[in-house]
Design a protein around this ligand. Structure first.
Ligand SMILES: Nc1ncnc2c1ncn2[C@@H]1O[C@H](COP(=O)(O)OP(=O)(O)OP(=O)(O)O)[C@@H](O)[C@H]1O
Length: 264
């Protein structure tokens, strides 16, 4: 096991802050008799891109669901900015600045980009006692998020159905950004995308980082995270087999850790 898995002091961000953005402390999660996570420790530094990789059934989704408030840990705990947190729901994680973009994206194809971004979260204006959706502000804000946070051009009035796979992923990311999160969790963000679309999404993830976000990518594909992540944590059969700087590890080593929990 790599020393970084347990050495939190080594994980202190370069900015001089002593606390990581997220810390997972001794987390265990069981579903009946199935142990999905066992003794998982990790820290995510502020403003880094941290990838969680693992084979099928390794526990990636369970860890993601613990981070975003879908599951509470059976034992163990989370800290955010050094303070203990216990999310009862994704809404509670959202209120603390953690947004998740799920693999299925859950976009409504026959609605336009801005409506998808703000569905359930529309800017409103009041006319006397009545609150109405402020459509002008909805389109303005959608354009601003796409241009300033993603640094892209996507027409907020165009139906989502007319967009490519990469652009659809960007719309889903923009929807997460509408809640102004500090942390964005991305679930397999480029799986099933073409090479060009993958590059578009990866560039956008780097843009998010440049714009101050902390990013956690959950993936079973090394191609998805190589050249993108700053650090990589490998889950194997529910345990964190290693956490490494991405620059210090080869694909062969990561592959071996994913399939056997050990280095070649
Ligand atoms: N809600 C649940 N109820 C029962 N068992 C579950 C539940 N969620 C996950 N598991 C089990 O926990 C283990 C870890 O599953 P998890 O989905 O977290 O793995 P994963 O790494 O995301 O796999 P995949 O890449 O196949 O999605 C598996 O054995 C899975 O069957």
């Amino acid at each position: 096991m790599n020393s970084e898995t347990t050495d939190i002091a080594d994980d202190a961000p370069a900015s001089g802050k002593t606390e990581p953005k997220i810390a997972v402390d001794d987390v265990r999660k069981v579903f009946g008799r199935i142990v999905a996570l066992e003794d998982v420790n990790l820290t995510v530094r502020e403003n880094e891109i941290f990838a969680v990789v693992g084979d099928n059934g390794a526990g990636k989704s369970t860890l993601m669901n613990v981070l975003c408030g879908i599951h509470g840990p059976t034992t163990g705990s989370l800290r955010l900015d050094g303070r203990p947190v216990a999310f009862e729901s994704p809404d509670e994680a959202r209120a603390r600045g953690i947004e998740t973009v799920y693999q299925d994206l859950a976009l409504m194809d026959d609605l336009d980009v801005a409506t998808n971004i703000f569905m359930g979260n529309f800017p409103e204006r009041r006319i006397g006692p009545v609150s109405l959706i402020d459509w002008e502000e909805t389109y303005r804000r959608a354009e601003r998020i796409i241009e300033t946070h993603l640094e892209r051009t996507i027409d907020p009035r165009a139906e989502v159905a007319f967009h490519s796979g990469g652009e659809r992923q960007l719309v889903a990311i923009a929807r997460a950004l509408a809640f102004d999160p500090d942390v964005v969790i991305l679930d397999e963000p480029t799986s099933a995308l073409s090479v060009d679309a993958t590059e578009l999404v990866q560039d956008t993830v780097r843009t998010l980082q440049r714009n101050g976000k902390t990013i956690v990518i959950v993936s079973h594909s090394l191609d998805e995270i190589f050249g993108l992540a700053d650090r990589v944590g490998v889950l194997y059969q529910g345990r964190m087999a290693a956490i490494m700087d991405a620059d210090d590890v080869s694909k062969a080593e990561l592959s071996s850790l994913m399939v056997s929990g050990e280095r070649p």
